[in-house]
Design a binder for this molecule. Structure first.
Ligand SMILES: CC(C)(Nc1nc(-c2c[nH]c3ncc(Cl)cc23)ncc1F)C(=O)NCC(F)(F)F
Length: 295
């Protein structure tokens, strides 16, 4: 019934835990059924619990909730509401549950039934979601196939806004003070060396997501493995991130995935322009993807 859809406060006593979904930034996410009638007819929801007793994270969690609450886009996982657990004075973020799970798991399971056309459709949806995020001045900062959810065989959504930041009105980028455990193999060079994040660093990461899509998330072709092979697994002295920046400076880029259309690979390489201003905008990328879909 529609009244459940715009529910915003969920009462903990009607929450039925079903199973764990995974660990995201700042917390774990569980599959639950919200069943006020107690007859198992309630809706399935994804409930993101804040890691307990990490006070600093409560602030970040509140920001994540405010971020996702403000986003209304077909290609972004929907906010459903919050659930206050009185006893522990803690709160959980309630989101729509997407039954097909994360893109990586979906592609590993359905590799045989999908093709480049479907990957182009997914790429165009992610690009539209990112165009929307940019219009709201948000930088996702953690774009990767592991953070894309599959709603159906023909619809994917961007999720996990734990690291998302708003670009200040008077600047082009957001500088992070505490990089934390960063997914450097999805990061633009300036994000690695200067902790600078912008729409153009999201474009770099989108290029890496394109690589994952057209590699069908093959685990032995994932970006980290390909970069580590190039850097050399025997790591000494200089940190991995400095070696990574060095090979990027020498213009080494992730190799074209097998059977990847040349036009798509060249699109990825434009996303990997060393300097941010060399990279395309999401609207340009969107047009190029639409053109490829028409052919
Ligand atoms: C941390 C968490 C739970 N991880 C997973 N979620 C889901 C998963 C499956 N269906 C879902 N429906 C909603 C949500 Cl928020 C997550 C899932 N499936 C597998 C996961 F590892 C997650 O949030 N990952 C980021 C995401 F994949 F969502 F971008």
């Amino acid at each position: 019934p529609s009244h459940q859809q715009d529910q915003s406060v969920y009462e903990e006593r009607h929450l039925r835990y079903i199973s764990p979904l995974g660990k995201g930034n700042f917390g774990s996410v569980e599959l639950c059924r919200y069943d006020p009638l107690g007859d198992n007819t309630g809706e399935l929801i994804a409930v993101k619990k804040l890691q307990p007793n990490k006070q600093s994270n409560l602030e970040d969690f509140q920001k994540e909730i405010n971020t996702i609450r403000s986003l209304h886009c077909d290609y972004i996982v929907k906010y459903r509401g919050v659930c206050y657990s009185m006893g522990r004075l803690s709160m959980s973020l309630v989101m729509e549950y997407l039954p097909y799970g994360s893109l990586i798991g979906y592609l590993e399971k359905n590799r045989q039934h999908v093709n480049n056309r479907r990957m182009l459709l997914f790429a165009s949806q992610i690009c539209k979601g990112l165009e929307y995020l940019q219009s709201m001045r948000y930088v996702h900062r953690d774009l990767a196939a592991r953070n894309i959810l599959v709603a159906s065989d023909t619809l994917v959504k961007i999720a996990d806004f734990g690291l998302t930041k708003i670009i200040p009105f008077d600047k082009e980028y957001y500088r992070v003070t505490h990089p934390g455990e960063s997914p450097i193999f999805w990061y633009a060079p300036e994000s690695i060396t200067e902790s600078k994040f912008s729409h153009k660093s999201d474009v770099w990461s989108f290029g890496v997501v394109l690589h994952e899509l057209f590699s069908y998330c093959e685990h032995n072709r994932n970006p980290k493995r390909l970069y580590m092979q190039e850097i050399g697994n025997d790591m000494q002295g200089l940190s991995i991130s400095m070696h990574l920046v060095d090979i990027l400076k020498d213009n080494w880029r992730l190799p074209a995935p097998p059977l990847c259309p040349p036009r798509i690979y060249s699109m990825m390489t434009t996303c990997w322009g060393y300097r941010a201003e060399e990279r395309p905008t999401f609207s340009t990328l969107g047009d190029q993807i639409e053109t490829s879909i028409q052919d």
